[in-house]
Design a protein. Structure first.
Length: 128
């Protein structure tokens, strides 16, 4: 197995802690959690719909920096501060993914960084 390669792009929010936007090991890319931060301003976008879209856009930017796309996402984890927003996640997710959809978990959490309403992380399997 090859070593770890850090993935980084200015098209997604800069890491606000001791982590990388993503790490590639072999043909697998581990995407760090993304919240609804606008990468240009590093400010949270307003409202759940805007945050969900921004999270997917941020994940897509990191996937692109890894030479990949959202179609290579095989596992997605969704963290919501209010699980009543889960239907909205499904609705918006359908505009970013096509079948076969990635495996997914959705978890209700009491709080997220920077007051975010949603956070997602994932795993990509690069196509050869």
């Amino acid at each position: 197995m090859s070593g770890k390669i850090m993935i980084q792009t200015p098209d997604a929010p800069a890491a606000i802690g001791t982590y990388s936007q993503a790490i590639r090991v072999g043909d697998t890319v581990y995407l760090s959690g993304q919240i609804g931060l606008d990468p240009g301003t590093m400010q949270m976008v307003e409202g759940i719909e805007a945050q969900i879209h921004r999270v997917f856009q941020n994940l897509r930017a990191v996937a692109a920096a890894a030479g990949s796309s959202m179609s290579d996402v095989v596992k997605l984890n969704v963290y919501l501060t209010d699980l009543t927003h889960f239907a909205k996640v499904n609705e918006i997710m359908a505009t970013y993914f096509h079948q076969p959809y990635p495996a997914r978990a959705a978890v209700g959490v009491p709080a997220l960084p920077r007051g975010a309403l949603v956070e997602m992380d994932g795993v990509l399997c690069l196509q050869e």
